[in-house]
Design a protein around this ligand. Structure first.
Ligand code: ZN
Length: 278
């Protein structure tokens, strides 16, 4: 029996694996430890021939509150998922390598898992939390769920897996990024970011039924359908745009470092707290 510190793995139905973020006391804030445990769990489920569909769920009131800023960021956190150089370097050189690996790199791996994946999100999903949600193929949320990326307050363009344009369309993405405000479940459904929103007490059952329905189909057909859609997104420029956005994101970090001696704008947290009180 493998020991997991930040997640749990369940087998709730034949052919369905459920990975659960299990740090509700800090609203499933993601540390490098959690990201690499998650990566290992996804790799395990991808390789397991008895698993056809993977659900990513979360304990507690919220799906994920984003990056855990108090976490230990010293590498290595696990086997490096991308071929990076300069991870140990100072300045933006090391930070860029870290973000290409632990944020963009891991999200890409999860987006291309050759099996259907479903995110099940209750409550709030904030900033880095979106990077757990968006790489999944289908999103089910509670009808009281909210989604936000307020990090322009930190002097960067948005979270490191910059899929906003594809998830909500250009105009909505700009508004959400410019204001930092939360989107409701209904709004997220309208933009196509969310497939279904259901009452909180029904979300486990609803998501499991959806996963079980998918698991009845042949795995290769499912894999080919997923690859066809993902390749289509890439043909539209998805991957190229994300590569470009992580460079701009690190230009933001570099600017903060040069002007304020830190990676994020010093008033960022205050700005976000003030917006919440509004
Ligand atoms: Zn960053």
């Amino acid at each position: 029996m493998e020991y997991w510190e930040t997640i749990r793995i369940e087998s709730p139905a034949p052919g369905v694996a459920r990975i659960i973020l299990a740090r509700p006391e800090i609203r499933n804030a993601q540390s490098p430890k959690m990201l690499y445990e998650l990566d290992r769990a996804f790799a395990r489920q991808a390789a397991d021939p008895t698993v056809k569909v993977i659900v990513l769920a979360a304990d507690g009131p919220d799906f994920s509150s984003g990056h855990d800023l108090d976490a230990d960021f010293s590498l290595p956190c696990g086997p490096v998922a991308t071929l990076q150089a300069g991870l140990e370097s100072d300045g933006i050189e090391g930070h860029y390598a870290f973000e290409c690996e632990a944020y963009l790199g891991l999200c890409r791996r999860w987006r291309d898992i050759p099996k259907p994946t479903i995110a099940q999100a209750q409550g709030r999903t904030i900033a880095g939390g979106l990077m757990l949600l968006w790489p999944m193929d289908i999103v089910v949320c509670t009808d009281d769920a909210t989604f936000s990326d307020p990090v322009t307050a930190f002097g960067v363009n948005g979270v490191e897996y910059f899929a906003h344009l594809w998830e909500m369309g250009a105009r909505k993405a700009k508004e959400i990024l410019f204001t930092g405000r939360s989107m409701t479940a209904d709004e997220a459904k309208l933009t196509g970011m969310v497939n279904h929103s259901v009452p909180r007490e029904q979300i486990d059952e609803f998501t499991l039924a959806l996963a079980a329905t998918i698991a009845e189909r042949p795995e290769f057909g499912l894999r080919l359908a997923k690859e066809a859609i993902n390749r289509g997104l890439d043909a539209q420029g998805f991957s190229t745009a994300l590569d470009s956005a992580i460079s701009l994101h690190n230009l933001g970090h570099a600017n903060n470092l040069a002007r304020y001696g830190r990676l994020t704008h010093p008033q960022g947290a205050d700005r976000i707290r003030a917006d919440k009180r509004r």
